[in-house]
Design a protein around this ligand. Sequence first.
Ligand code: EPU
Length: 316
Amino acid sequence: MRNGAQRQSSSGRSRANTSSHDLQAVVAGLRGEVRFGAPLRDYTSFRIGGPADVLVIPVDVDDLSRLIKQAHAAKVPVFAIGGTNLLVRDQGIRGVVVSLSRLKAIKDESDGVIYAEGGVVMPTLMRHAITRALSGLEWAAGIPGTVAGCVVMNAGTRLGEMKDAVKAVRVVDPLGRVIDCPANAIQFSYRRALLPRGIVVGVWLQLKPAQREKIERVIKEYLRYRKNTQPLTLPNAGCVFKNPEHNTAGRLIEAAGLKGARVGDAQVSEKHANFVVNLGQASAGDVIALIKKVGRTVEQQTGITLELELKIVGQP
Ligand code: EPU
């Protein structure tokens, strides 16, 4: 999913304390939506998270470039959120949070190549590929994340992963410049991608012609599997931990007797132990306490240290 968060700027330039004057300068002249103090719980699949100092939804890549340049000049940090493989802390995120939800164009190029803007969500992209009888994204069936989020974390399932289809990536760098980066310059590994610094705003995907019925059959079967094994009806952020080598986090957590364990309204799913679900009013603090308990118990019982897949961001 992760879809996750992309961190912009840094290079020692960003400042922790941002005045409202700085923020006004950062958002001056933007054409997209600007919301001061936006509660990030409204923008995450977990339905958890404190406020952003300011949330911006740029209308296009030029609008985003302008924002990045102005943020750089004011030394204000910028985070891009997809929102699905993400836990935002209760104190929220200082500086600018960017949502790419208006970057939604999909363009067909030649020979099975599709360009998708970063804010396109995987179900929409998959439907687009199906109608053109193009195969290569079936693994993503049921993943609610954005294209950009899936690239940044090299999202995947047992059927495949993002890197299998990526041909090139378009990034807006910390100076607001648009850079296109071919896949062979990106180091992908299990749920990781080493990309140029900046915000992913679009991806070229190389897909393969296939029979539409065959693609649909694979997707249908896989969606059924997910529905039977994952808690899709409660707010969650996908798998919490990466699978350790030769094992799965879900199996280890279940064997440790933790299915159903709770802190406040955060619960280890009864259906799949590698998911934490929000039963209603869970705070980020509840989720973090629960995750720590799970990690500690599994380590005590098996000696295996689970590594987080979930990305935790925001003010500690
Ligand atoms: N299992 C248990 N108990 C559980 C859950 C699973 O014993 O509570 C066992 C299952 O019985 C099975 C094995 O663990 O033998 C694997 O389970 P599953 O097929 O559900 O897959 P997973 O390894 O737990 C991975 C991805 C999922 C993806 C599924 C299906 C990771 C960390 N997780 O889960 O991705 O949906 O395969 O393809 O790689 C995500 O990335 O957010 C995510 C959920």
